[in-house]
Structures are given as structure tokens and as C-alpha cells.
Design a protein around this ligand. Structure first.
Ligand code: BTN
Length: 305
């Protein structure tokens, strides 16, 4: 209902009476007035005069009713520990593929390798539930797919040369602008779900001491529309999520990669692998040519390049 009210108000530059608004959205005047009050509480500036209601400005919040075509599958939190937690519960209870948990801020955002992911307001933090029909060995492709979707979104919306870094970071001008964390549950030969958590440094300030991170705001010198970004990114993910095993995702990743052809140092579980990154295989492992010329496949690790 709130989404429909906003749509009508956005189509008009002048005021719309409560009666007409109610007619257009199929609700009583009293119900419209309740929704207007609730919208104001979220920060929407809605003027009311004898001529009716007029939308003056909207906050750039990731409220589900701002995404009317996907509203029913977005779970929204102004603040939460980590979006990964409710997403796991939802997935275990059978939530459909494409269900999203989004938060304006996280108090205990998680990164890879048990690191903390700082999640102040202004960033974009969400987890999407995927149910690809693949064997567990192919699960890392979900990370690669998500990083491709983020890089493509940044390129398309802002014309920046975003690149993907193995295994699942997105860089702009060589600095990290997005991190991706996947949590999977599977049976012996099929994935039950892969929850892909994506954190974007959108309108956040980057700590002065960080030489490795940046934000879209820092690079562009202005705030971005987080709503527009999230919508575009979800569509890019949806376009690819059912074809993880197609060569297209791997080829897109190769084309956007800042890792391939570079010298890398990978801290894996119990060793450090040094060499030149030459390719990825069909499960998303990085193929590294070591100093002695031999090829190694690395499934997971922390990569410096
Ligand atoms: C990394 O680069 O280490 C991965 C960072 C992943 C952060 C996202 S933000 C949304 C989701 N919720 C979390 O707690 N983590 C992921």
C-alpha cells in the first residue's frame, strides 16, 4: 500500500487529495492518512494542505515498499547483528530462492575468515538466498557470479572500471568496494541453499588509515542512490543465478578479473602459495603457476596481488 501511495504522489508535481489518493490505491481516506503518518516516521517529507498531500522528498532507505515488484521477498531491518543470521533461518525453513534480508546497518557484520565487516549506515548490506541445482563442489561459482553482478552494476550505473578479485571481492581503482561472504548447507550431492551476503561501501566514509578500501561515494565524490543500486544489482544476480554452470559466468569473471595474469600470494588453510594466476577452473578454483612451473588449483584462501 505504501509503495502504491508513493507511486501516485511521485507521478504528480501538485497535491493529491486524500480522497483521490484513496481511490487510486483502493483504500479509505483514513487508511491513507495512517500510511502517510507511517511514511513521515520513516523520513518521507509529505506536505499536507487543503489541496491534499504532496511528496517533497524521500529518504534513500532500502524499505521493501520501495521495491514493489520484489516487496514480498524482502525482509528489512533498520539495524541487525548480521543479515546472514535471519537469512539462514529463513533458508532452513524453506524460503524461496531470491528471498533477501537487508539492513541499513549491522552491529556484528561478518567477513570472510572470521573477520569483522564494519557496517555503518550508508552502506548496502544484504543476503540473498540462492538454491542452485548444483553439486556442493560448484558452490564457489555463486561467489564468482555475485562479484560479477556487482562489478557489472557499478560499471553500468557509474561508468567506473570495477574489477573482480579472486575469490570474491570487487575493486574500484585497485581498492575494495565490496565484499562477499557465502554460507552453504548441502546434502551429500546437492546444495540445499547458498546464502550470499554482499556488503557494498556505498555512501560510507572510508577510514583515513585504509589503503586497501574505498567507497563509491569516495570515488564519485557524491552520494549514490542506494535504492537504484540495490534494484539494479538484484536484477543482475537474478539474470545469472540459474545458470551458474554455464561458461558465461566464468567468462564474464575472466573478462573482469584483476587477478588473472598477476603474481599472487595466497594464504590457504595450512600453506602459502606463490605464483602467477593463470585461470580459474569450472568450480571457481584459481589455477596458479608456481615458481617451478607446476600448476596448482587453489579452492580457497586469502589472496594478495
Ligand atoms: C569479506 O570481504 O570478508 C566479506 C564481507 C561480507 C559482508 C556482507 S554484509 C551483508 C552480509 N552480512 C554479513 O554479516 N556479512 C555479509
Amino acid at each position: 500500500m505504501k509503495g502504491r501511495i508513493l507511486q501516485v504522489l511521485r507521478e504528480r508535481s501538485n497535491s493529491v487529495s486524500g480522497e483521490e489518493l484513496g481511490r487510486q490505491v483502493g483504500a479509505s481516506r483514513a487508511s491513507v492518512s495512517q500510511h502517510i503518518l507511517a511514511l513521515r516516521k520513516h523520513g518521507y517529507m509529505i506536505e499536507s494542505s487543503c489541496g491534499g498531500y504532496r511528496l517533497v522528498c524521500s529518504p534513500d532507505l532500502l524499505l521493501p515498499f520501495e521495491f514493489p515488484d520484489m516487496e514480498h521477498r524482502i525482509h528489512y531491518y533498520p539495524e541487525i547483528g548480521s543479515t546472514m543470521d535471519p537469512a539462514r533461518e529463513l533458508a532452513r525453513r524453506g524460503a524461496e530462492q531470491g528471498t533477501i534480508v537487508v539492513a541499513e546497518a549491522q552491529t556484528h557484520g561478518r567477513g570472510r575468515l572470521s573477520r569483522e565487516w564494519l557496517s555503518p549506515k550508508g552502506g548496502i548490506y544484504f543476503t540473498v538466498i540462492l538454491r542452485p541445482e548444483v553439486e556442493p563442489a560448484y558452490a564457489p561459482l555463486a561467489n564468482l557470479m555475485a562479484s560479477v553482478a556487482v562489478a557489472v552494476t557499478i560499471r553500468r550505473l557509474y561508468g567506473l572500471k570495477a574489477a573482480v578479485k579472486w575469490p570474491n571481492d570487487v575493486l574500484v581503482r585497485g581498492r575494495k568496494v565490496c565484499g562477499i561472504l557465502a554460507e552453504m548447507e548441502s546434502g551429500t550431492d546437492a546444495v540445499k541453499f547458498i546464502n550470499v551476503g554482499i556488503g557494498i561501501n556505498a555512501n560510507t566514509a572510508v577510514p583515513g588509515f585504509s589503503e586497501t578500501a574505498t567507497s563509491l561515494k569516495e570515488v564519485l565524490g557524491r552520494d549514490i542512490s542506494r535504492q537504484k543500486f540495490l534494484r539494479a544489482l538484484i536484477l543482475e544476480i537474478e539474470r545469472r543465478r540459474n545458470s551458474l554452470l554455464d561458461a558465461d559466468v566464468l567468462n564474464e569473471w575472466r573478462g573482469l578479473s584483476s587477478t588473472l595474469s598477476n603474481d599472487v600470494k595466497i594464504a590457504a588453510a595450512d600453506e602459502v602459495i606463490v605464483g602467477r594466476a593463470v585461470d580459474i577452473d569450472d568450480t571457481g578454483s584459481l589455477i596458479v603457476r608456481e615458481m617451478d612451473g607446476s600448476l596448482r588449483k587453489v579452492a580457497a584462501g586469502d589472496c594478495s596481488q
